[in-house]
Design a binder for this molecule. Structure first.
Ligand SMILES: NC(=O)c1ccc[n+]([C@@H]2O[C@H](COP(=O)([O-])OP(=O)(O)OC[C@H]3O[C@@H](n4cnc5c(N)ncnc54)[C@H](OP(=O)(O)O)[C@@H]3O)[C@@H](O)[C@H]2O)c1
Length: 333
């Protein structure tokens, strides 16, 4: 019998990788979507779709009852739906925290406590490293941004729920084919610009989406519960090394520009105003700026490694893979 796996946020960047691996691993894969979700990455005919509306308890109860009628019990849930950028800070709490609480309560109310509930949180829930050592899963969490705080609140809630087996995944920056955030940096290098904010040397960590997905399934299928797992490719990079990798792959020379923080903040305020008027969420806002300013985003991902996670991609190979895809898709000329 196939196990039923519900994946929320299935239509997004990471969600589409989760769906792909779930199918490969022979789960009955139920992709939770909204009526407005774009299904461009969800073409496999074996995918089962479920409209899951987080609006209130009734809509969630309805979706879970439909799930049980169509597929049977809920064996696993990967709760991946979330917002990483928003025009209003309240939206982070509503989507990343309140929806998590509502989903957990709906599963409990409908007697569908899964074998494992996996929350896709973020390194942002921990915040950057407090000193030169990488962030560890046992570190005190002190998120820097509204996004990080919303993920942290969702995590805190999970730790209070009784008889509910869960694990929390805290990925660092995720990149790979289909991603739009790291693509923005790659595209600016393709256009000949290498931008730094302030003059700080930033330590960074990354994970390719295909590797992150492997790590998520390892944690989900393990016997461990009530744990956080930080996930990266187990390396630390400087921002300069990151840009250098992209320049080498693209064979580009760039103009290196160090932007003063005050100017970037003004640009961010302007972008927020445009975002508020147009309804489009800008790639840069003052919250994002805080992330760009933090000196150390390195992580210690040894706990997921101990469970057998070995990433396929280091940054060089992963960027090659992503850039080749961007070229094939016509995103990069
Ligand atoms: N990308 C990263 O570097 C990164 C790093 C750490 C953690 N994460 C976490 O990973 C998860 C996926 O991120 P992503 O990068 O794949 O983002 P994404 O491409 O923007 O996908 C977000 C997904 O969440 C869904 N979603 C958003 N708001 C929703 C709502 N109110 N109700 C129901 N569904 C909603 C979206 O559905 P629609 O398609 O209908 O909009 C989409 O499927 C998020 O929880 C994020 O916080 C991402």
């Amino acid at each position: 019998m196939k196990k039923n796996l519900l994946i929320t946020g299935a239509s997004g960047f990471i969600g589409s990788y989760l769906v792909e691996l779930a199918l490969k691993k022979n789960y009955q894969t139920i992709a939770a979507i909204r009526p407005t979700s774009n299904k461009q990455w969800l073409k496999d005919p074996s995918i089962q779709f479920l409209e899951l509306d987080f609006k209130n308890d009734q809509t969630l109860d309805h979706a879970i009852r439909e799930f049980v009628e169509r597929f049977g019990q809920v064996d696993y849930v990967i709760h991946n739906a979330g917002v990483t950028r928003a025009n209003k800070n309240e939206e982070y709490d509503q989507v990343n925290c309140d929806n998590t609480i509502r989903l957990v309560h709906a599963l409990q109310r409908n007697n569908q406590v899964p074998e494992k509930f996996v929350l896709i949180s973020s390194l942002a829930a921990y915040g950057p490293a407090k000193n030169e050592a990488p962030v560890k899963s046992t570190d005190l969490k002190s998120p820097l941004t509204a996004y990080g705080r919303s993920k942290h609140k969702a995590e805190e809630f999970l730790y209070t729920v009784k008889d509910f087996p869960f694990v929390i995944i805290n990925p660092t920056a995720v990149y790979g084919p289909k991603d739009k955030d790291v693509f923005f940096l790659i595209n600016s290098i393709q256009k000949g610009f290498e931008v730094y904010i302030g003059n700080k040397l930033q330590l960074l960590s990354f994970v390719h989406a295909a590797d992150l997905t492997k790590a998520i399934f390892i944690a989900m299928e393990s016997d461990l519960v009530h744990r956080n797992f930080l996930v990266s490719d187990q390396q630390v990079y400087t921002s300069q090394a990151f840009n250098q990798q992209i320049k080498t792959i693209l064979q580009k020379k760039t103009l290196s520009i160090v932007m003063p923080v005050s100017i970037v903040r003004t640009v961010a305020v302007f972008a927020e105003i445009v975002g508020a008027i147009s309804g489009k969420v800008p790639i840069l806002n003052r919250e994002r700026l805080k992330e760009f300013q933090a000196p150390n985003w390195a992580v210690d991902s040894s706990e997921i490694k101990q469970l057998g996670f070995t990433p396929k991609y280091n940054l060089e190979d992963g960027l090659q893979d992503a850039i080749q895809w961007y070229k094939e898709q016509g995103w990069l000329s």
